[in-house]
Write a protein that binds this ligand. Structure first.
Ligand code: ZN
Length: 257
C-alpha cells in the first residue's frame, strides 16, 4: 500500500520537479496534502470545480493536474475557491501539479506524446525557456495537410478542433516543431524561423501569431490547449497505477479551447 508522501517523492524524482524552472504560479509538486492515504488517483488537465467534484464522486484521494491550484495567482479563498478547498479537505484529497516538468518529460511529456499521436518522430529540442527546452522538433517529408488531419482527429476526441494557417494542399512539412499548450508566441516563432522550421504545431496562440507565421512562411497548426495537454497527465497517472498497483481514473473536462 502506497501513500501520498511516497507518491510525491516518486513523482518529484521522476519529473525532476525541483530542477525544472517554471512560471510563477505553476508551483510544481504537492500543492495540498491529505492525511497520507492513497487508494485512487484522479488525473485532469486543469484544477477546477469540475475536476474536484468528479474526484469526490470517484472517491479519489490524489488529484494530479497539469495546471494547478495557484494558476491564476494569489487570490482570496472565497466563493468557488473556498468551495473547492472545502470539498478537498472534507474528502481528504491531495493535489499534485506538474506543469513544465510534465510538458518536457522524455517519456510522459505532452510534447513527445503529441508527436506519437501525429505520427512524427522527435530528434531535437524546441521552445527554450531559461536553461531547459519545453518542446521537441524533428524532420519529416509529409503533407502538412496530413498532420493537420491527424491533429484534427485527435483534438476532436477531446472536445476541441485543430485549425491551421495554411491553405495549400500541396504543402509539405520537412522540419517541424511542437510546443503544446500556449505554444505560439513571439519567442517560439522567432526560434522556429531561426532554425528553419516550416511547420509549428501548438495548442493555441494569439491571432497575430497566424499573421506573423504567414510572413515567415511557417504553417502553424493550433490543435487546442486542452487536447494537447491531456496526454502527459493521463500517461503519468497510468504509470503510477502500474508502478504502485493503484486504481486511477481520467477526468475529462474539455474547455473547448
Ligand atoms: Zn498549458
Amino acid at each position: 500500500m502506497t501513500s501520498v508522501p511516497e507518491i510525491t517523492t516518486y513523482l518529484d524524482d521522476l519529473l525532476g520537479t525541483a530542477k525544472v524552472p517554471d512560471y510563477a504560479g505553476a508551483m510544481n509538486g504537492l500543492q495540498l496534502a491529505n492525511s497520507g492515504v492513497l487508494t485512487r488517483v484522479a488525473a485532469c488537465v486543469d484544477f477546477s470545480s469540475r475536476a474536484v467534484m468528479r474526484a469526490v464522486e470517484e472517491k479519489a484521494d490524489f488529484l494530479m493536474v497539469h495546471h494547478g491550484m495557484f494558476w491564476g495567482g494569489t487570490k482570496p479563498i472565497t466563493g468557488a475557491a473556498y468551495r473547492r478547498l472545502r470539498m478537498l479537505l472534507d474528502n481528504d484529497i491531495a493535489v499534485y501539479a506538474s506543469h513544465l516538468p510534465l510538458d518536457r518529460h522524455p517519456i510522459f511529456g505532452n510534447n513527445v506524446l503529441l508527436c506519437r499521436e501525429l505520427g512524427l518522430t522527435p530528434s531535437g529540442e524546441f521552445a527554450r525557456y531559461k536553461d531547459i527546452a519545453i518542446g521537441v522538433s524533428g524532420e519529416s517529408d509529409v503533407a502538412t495537410a496530413d498532420i493537420l488531419a491527424k491533429a484534427r482527429r485527435f483534438a476532436r476526441v477531446h472536445g476541441g478542433d485543430a485549425i491551421s494557417t495554411f491553405a495549400n494542399e500541396a504543402r509539405r512539412t520537412r522540419k517541424w516543431a511542437i510546443c503544446t499548450g500556449a505554444g505560439a508566441s513571439a519567442e517560439t516563432l522567432q526560434e522556429a524561423a531561426m532554425s528553419g522550421i516550416d511547420t509549428l504545431i501548438v495548442g493555441e496562440g494569439p491571432h497575430w501569431t497566424a499573421v506573423e507565421a504567414n510572413e515567415l512562411d511557417i504553417a502553424i497548426i493550433y490543435a487546442g490547449h486542452y487536447a494537447t495537454e491531456t496526454l502527459g497527465v493521463f500517461a503519468v497517472a497510468e504509470h503510477l497505477s502500474q508502478r504502485f498497483s493503484i486504481d486511477w481514473i481520467p477526468i475529462h473536462a474539455p474547455t473547448g479551447l
